[in-house]
Design a protein around this ligand. Structure first.
Ligand SMILES: [Zn+2]
Ligand SMILES: [Zn+2]
Length: 415
C-alpha cells in the first residue's frame, strides 16, 4: 500500500482558517435555501472561489457551481463535492444563527432549515478550496470543486430530479479520475471518520401497486373479486422477498408498503386498492432481483384471485458504492487525517445519497464526518431531517484536512 504523502506543510493551514469556515457555515445556516434555489449560497461560493483565483462556472445543473483549480504540475483530475440545499423543516434549536427563513414547498408554507448539515459541507469545501489554492504550485494535477444543488431531490408534480444526476448529465464527470465527498453526522462524535468499502448507502425506489378487482355488495363477496383481501395477501407475500429470496448474509434489503387506499363504506367491496411503498437495496443485482419478485408476487397473487395488479417501480437514488480499490488506497490517508482510534467502519445505511450518481461515472469514496459533541449519546441526539438537528462545529478542521489529504495523496499516487 502506498504511503500517504499528505504531510505537506501547507495543509496545516486547515487549522488557521477554521474561524472563517465557522463564520461561513453560520451565515449559510441562517440563510438556508431549498433545492435548486441555492442562489445566495451559490453566489457566496462563486465569489469565494474567484477570490482565490479558481476558474468558476455558475448555473451548472440550475444553481450548481463548479470550480477548477489547475495545479502547478500535471496529473489527475480529482473532484471534491459539497451539496448546498436545505430542507422544508422549521428549526427549533435555539442558536444565535438560527434559521427563521420560510418558503412555499409544494404549495405548503414551511420553515427552511439546514436539517441535514449541508451548510457545513459547503463551508468545509470553501475552506478546502482556500487551503489547496494556497498550495497550487505544489499540486500534481487539477482539483474540480463540485458545489451541487438539490441533493435531497426535487419531487414536484411530474418532475423528479437530483442535483448530482443533473450535473452528471451536464458532463461534469467526463474528465474526472476520482471523486470524494463527505457527510457530517449528527450522531457521530466530533473527531471521528467513518466509512466502508463497497455498498455503503442504499439505493431507493418508489413502489406503486394498483390491485383491480370487481366491485360487489359486501354481503355477497362471491359475486365480485375483492381487491382488499388480495392486497392483504400481496403485502404478506412481499415480505417473503426479504426473508426467502434475498441473500441477507450478503446485504440486507427492504420492502415497505407505506400507504394503502381502498374502499369507501363498510358494505361495499371496492373496485380497486392502491398502495405505495419504498424499496431499499445495496446493488444492481439485488435491486433487479427484488424488482422481479415484487412484480411476480403482486401480479400472480392478483391473478390467482381473479383480479389484476399493475406494478410500477420508479428508480430514485442508486446505491452509494465506494470503489473498493480507491477505498483501500485511501485507507492510510483517512487514518493519517483522523489519527489512531478515530476511524470507524460504518454500518450499512438504509438511507440514500445522490453522491451515488457521481460514483456510477467514476471511482468515488464517500465518508462520514463526526458532528456530535464529544461525549454525546447518539441514541439521545436528534437525527437528520428533524427540527432539533444540531451540529457541533468542532469537526470542521478534520473535514478540511481529510478532503485536502485525499487530493494530495491521490495525486501523489496517480501522477
Ligand atoms: Zn438529508
Ligand atoms: Zn444530506
Amino acid at each position: 500500500m502506498a504511503k500517504p504523502n499528505s504531510d505537506l506543510k501547507s495543509i496545516k493551514k486547515a487549522t488557521a482558517i477554521e474561524d472563517k469556515v465557522i463564520e461561513w457555515r453560520r451565515d449559510i445556516h441562517q440563510n438556508p435555501e431549498l433545492g435548486n434555489n441555492e442562489i445566495r449560497t451559490a453566489k457566496m461560493v462563486a465569489d469565494h472561489l474567484r477570490s482565490l483565483g479558481i476558474d468558476v462556472q455558475e448555473g451548472v445543473a440550475v444553481t450548481g457551481v463548479v470550480g477548477i483549480l489547475k495545479g502547478g504540475k500535471p496529473g489527475p483530475v480529482v473532484a471534491l463535492r459539497a451539496d448546498m440545499d436545505a430542507l422544508p423543516v422549521t428549526e427549533r434549536v435555539d442558536l444565535p444563527f438560527k434559521s427563521t427563513v420560510t418558503a412555499t414547498y409544494n404549495g405548503q408554507e414551511t420553515g427552511v432549515m439546514h436539517a441535514c448539515g449541508h451548510d457545513t459541507h459547503v463551508a468545509i469545501l470553501m475552506g478546502v478550496a482556500e487551503v489547496l489554492a494556497g498550495m497550487k504550485n505544489e499540486l500534481q494535477g487539477t482539483v474540480k470543486f463540485l458545489f451541487q444543488p438539490a441533493e435531497e431531490g426535487i419531487y414536484q408534480e411530474g418532475v423528479t430530479s437530483w442535483g448530482a444526476k443533473q450535473m452528471v448529465e451536464e458532463g461534469v464527470m467526463k474528465d474526472v479520475d476520482a471523486v470524494f465527498g463527505l457527510h457530517i453526522g449528527s450522531q457521530m462524535e466530533v473527531g471521528k471518520i467513518g466509512y466502508r468499502s463497497g455498498p455503503a448507502l442504499a439505493g431507493v425506489d418508489n413502489l406503486e401497486i394498483t390491485v383491480h378487482g370487481t366491485q360487489a355488495h359486501g354481503a355477497s363477496p362471491w359475486s365480485g373479486v375483492d381487491p382488499i383481501v388480495t392486497s392483504a395477501q400481496i403485502i404478506s407475500g412481499l415480505q417473503t422477498i426479504i426473508s426467502r429470496n434475498v441473500n441477507i448474509t450478503a446485504a440486507p434489503a427492504i420492502v415497505t408498503v407505506g400507504a394503502i387506499h381502498g374502499g369507501i363504506r363498510h358494505n361495499i367491496i371496492p373496485e380497486k386498492v392502491e398502495m405505495i411503498g419504498t424499496i431499499r437495496t445495496f446493488g444492481d443485482d439485488q435491486q433487479n432481483l427484488v424488482h422481479k419478485r415484487v412484480n411476480e408476487i403482486a401480479t400472480n397473487i392478483a391473478e390467482s384471485a381473479g383480479g389484476k395488479a399493475d406494478v410500477n417501480i420508479t428508480k430514485l437514488y442508486p446505491a452509494t458504492v465506494n470503489d473498493p480499490e480507491l477505498t483501500e488506497l485511501m485507507g492510510p490517508t483517512i487514518l493519517a487525517a483522523a489519527g489512531e482510534g478515530n476511524v470507524l467502519t460504518n454500518p450499512l445505511i438504509t438511507g440514500a445519497e445522490d453522491f451515488s450518481f457521481f460514483q456510477r461515472e467514476k471511482p468515488g469514496l464517500f465518508i462520514s464526518l463526526g458532528g456530535m459533541k464529544k461525549g454525546g449519546d447518539p441514541t439521545k441526539t436528534p437525527s437528520h431531517h428533524t427540527p432539533d438537528f444540531y451540529i457541533d462545529e468542532g469537526g470542521f478542521v478534520l473535514g478540511m484536512r481529510v478532503l485536502s489529504y485525499f487530493v494530495v495523496d491521490y495525486m501523489g499516487m496517480k501522477k
